[in-house]
Design a protein around this ligand. Structure first.
Ligand SMILES: [Zn+2]
Ligand SMILES: [Zn+2]
Length: 130
């Protein structure tokens, strides 16, 4: 049989599930019979919960958000003329897609870029044509 002292010593290991099945059974058996220790475990579990719930320390969010705003430039997509957060040309864009874009927008050149929705539109356009 475990004594109250044994149970107290095992408590942390019990919480981390590091005790053997045999010890576990003895541990449970003791808790079942001992009001004092079962209350102690309850308290122990509560404390462990509090530890877990405490949010990890991290850099204040709004600072990085503010920095993001500074660096984010709005640009006009040369295709749809919409203001977009970034105009990017996917270098991976298939040749055929570029050709369809140029057919609709003869003045457009690759390095002008286009917004992701436009690229998506022309990608679907290409699929329709195939
Ligand atoms: Zn006890
Ligand atoms: Zn666009």
């Amino acid at each position: 049989m475990l004594t109250c002292q044994d149970v107290n010593k095992l408590m942390a290991q019990y919480m981390e599930k590091k005790i053997s099945l045999h010890q576990r059974i003895l541990f449970k058996l003791h808790l079942w019979m001992c009001e004092h220790c079962s209350q102690h475990l309850e308290q122990f579990e509560k404390n462990a919960d509090v530890m877990k719930k405490r949010p990890p320390t991290e850099a204040p969010k709004d600072l990085s958000e503010r920095l993001g705003e500074v660096f984010e430039e709005y640009q006009i997509c040369p295709i749809c003329q919409k203001e977009v957060r970034f105009v990017e040309l996917h270098a991976k864009a298939e040749r055929q897609i570029l050709e369809i874009i140029r057919r609709d927008h003869p003045e457009w050149i690759e390095k002008n870029g286009l917004c992701p929705p436009c690229l998506e539109y022309y990608r679907q356009e290409l699929e329709r044509q195939q």
